[in-house]
Write a protein that binds this ligand. Structure first.
Ligand SMILES: Cc1cc2nc3c(=O)[nH]c(=O)nc-3n(C[C@H](O)[C@H](O)[C@H](O)COP(=O)(O)OP(=O)(O)OC[C@H]3O[C@@H](n4cnc5c(N)ncnc54)[C@H](O)[C@@H]3O)c2cc1C
Length: 467
């Protein structure tokens, strides 16, 4: 392991001290000094900070955005409380469910979604019933729906006993691209094209098969019976933040982290500086890559920070105008092979359409993310009007969310590229000197939000053992 490496750009900072670490802080002691600094006020950071505060430590949270919550983002408009980020609280999310109960937050069903699914393949709108005999169905097995192809293909492959098996030597041969893996299984080019259209990753080429089988094993333990927090998942992060109280500093974009002999100094873009005995870093590695870190960082960790890949996800939310007569619209969800991605349609108790979310993954999201917001929204809205008869002029665009373009996320969730499961996964969570790491990208026995919470607690415990 190569120690004491200095990340690029370090020399540019005149405030960083020379070998031997920090001497006296360059700012007055007081509010900017703490036992622990937590970077990021998403689920992992808030969980960590709350736990440490409850243990009696003096904790400061530095959050880049004006809002807290990170990749949890409830949109409070049109009476729907739609989620633009973390949505489903799986049945297996033991900690998140326990916390919700402690915080007095009831869980409810995800929403009243249309029961019917319609496909748009090569520009043609096709019902599920018509798919087996449709001219656009070029699959060998005519009875598999395009939306089921991916899981059907994975189900035929190996199954890990535990999700954490994915890094074992036994499964090292799976650390190749999913495209290459499926080609070895003689899966047809048309099936691969359709799988790629809405893949929850950049592309079949960019995703390790070992990662895909890992996510499948997680879905088996955490995925069924999903719910959300009544009123929206942002109430969960808000309740954690309320419990923490003072000490969460917003609009603090951390730009430098410098490890000294007895403390760690953190500097923000606005010039403010902070110091603590140890720090918990919860920012996605995609955003951490932009932070200059000086300290005991191993080469493997540095590689993980610099090379971690995050999946782009772009959404456009539409509310159906109240004045429109939508009762005649047959509500349906759409699964398309174009830049409309998937459309999730919500209905009211009378079965009338009220709200639609277009959810675009991978390469389609990447292409939209290169356009202006207006251009991207127009493309998605145009496709919605084309493939959802009767909607033209009846929707308002409520929100556009590009997680790929968000500076402090640069993607929706981590994915591992071919070779990275063996090379990066073992180093994602490692403690480096006085730097501890948490976040969904550091915990691999659970998924998504549960993972972020578990990792926040794990880092807090690791750290309190050393303080
Ligand atoms: C579209 C979408 C759908 C999802 N659906 C689900 C789902 O259904 N179920 C599920 O379990 N999970 C889901 N997830 C994943 C889940 O939301 C995340 O795993 C979880 O919220 C991540 O929490 P975190 O604390 O690890 O990271 P984050 O929430 O990203 O928190 C990191 C924080 O660090 C801050 N930060 C970044 N850079 C800096 C800096 N330089 N200085 C200071 N602060 C910084 C960020 O602003 C952010 O607040 C979804 C995510 C997305 C985007």
């Amino acid at each position: 392991m190569q120690r004491r490496q200095i990340i690029k750009g370090l020399a540019a900072s005149s405030l960083l001290l020379g070998a031997g670490g920090m001497s006296a802080p360059l700012w007055a002691k007081g509010d900017n000094n703490a036992d622990v600094i937590v970077i990021g006020a998403g689920l992992a950071g808030l969980t960590s900070a709350r736990y440490l505060k409850q243990q009696g430590y003096n904790v400061l949270v530095l959050e880049a955005r004006e809002r807290i919550g990170g990749r949890i983002l409830t949109l409070n408009s049109h009476g729907v409380n739609a989620e633009a980020g973390g949505l489903q609280i799986g049945q297996g999310y033991g900690l998140m469910r326990t916390y919700a109960e402690q915080l007095g937050l009831p869980l409810v069903s995800l929403g009243n979604y249309a029961k019917q699914n319609t496909f748009v393949i090569n520009g043609q709108r096709i019902s599920a019933d018509d798919w087996p005999a449709h001219e656009q169905n070029k699959l060998e097995d005519k009875n598999i729906l395009p939306s089921s192809l991916y899981y059907a293909a994975l189900a035929a492959g190996p199954k890990y006993t535990l999700p954490s098996d994915w890094t074992s030597a036994k499964y090292a041969p799976l650390d190749i691209s999913l495209q290459a893996y499926f080609q070895k299984q003689n899966i047809s080019p048309e099936a691969l094209r359709l799988m790629d259209a809405n893949l929850n990753a950049l592309s079949l080429h960019d995703l390790s098969a070992a990662d895909a089988f890992y996510r499948l094993s997680l879905a088996r333990v955490g995925g069924r019976g999903a719910q959300k927090v009544a009123g929206g998942n942002s109430r969960f992060t808000q309740a954690l933040a309320d419990d923490i109280g003072d000490g969460i500093h917003r609009q603090k974009v951390v730009s430098h982290i410098t490890e000294g002999a007895n403390n760690v100094n953190v500097r923000c873009e606005d010039g403010s500086e902070y110091s603590a005995k140890r720090i918990v870093i919860t920012t996605p590695f995609s955003a951490l890559k932009d932070v200059i870190i000086q300290g005991d960082i191993s080469a493997s960790k540095r590689r993980a920070i610099n090379e971690a890949v995050y999946t782009p996800v772009t959404q456009v939310h539409f509310a159906v105008k109240k004045q429109a007569d939508v009762s005649m619209l047959a509500a349906t969800n759409l699964w398309t092979d174009n830049s409309l991605g998937r459309v999730f349609s919500q209905v009211d108790d009378a079965g009338r359409l009220t709200y639609l979310t277009s959810w675009i993954n991978g390469q389609q999201a990447k292409a939209l993310d290169k356009l202006t917001v207006k251009e991207a929204v127009n493309i998605v809205k145009g496709a919605l009007n084309t493939y959802y008869p009767g909607l033209k002029g009846k929707t308002d665009v409520v929100h556009h969310q590009s997680w790929g373009n968000e500076r402090f996320s640069k993607g929706a969730y981590i994915q591992f590229a071919p070779g990275q499961v063996q090379a990066l996964v073992p180093h994602m969570a490692s403690v480096e000197g006085k730097l501890h790491f948490a976040g969904e990208h550091t915990e691999f026995m659970h998924s998504g939000m549960e993972s972020a919470i578990v990792s926040g607690l794990r880092a807090a415990q690791e750290l309190s053992d050393r303080l």
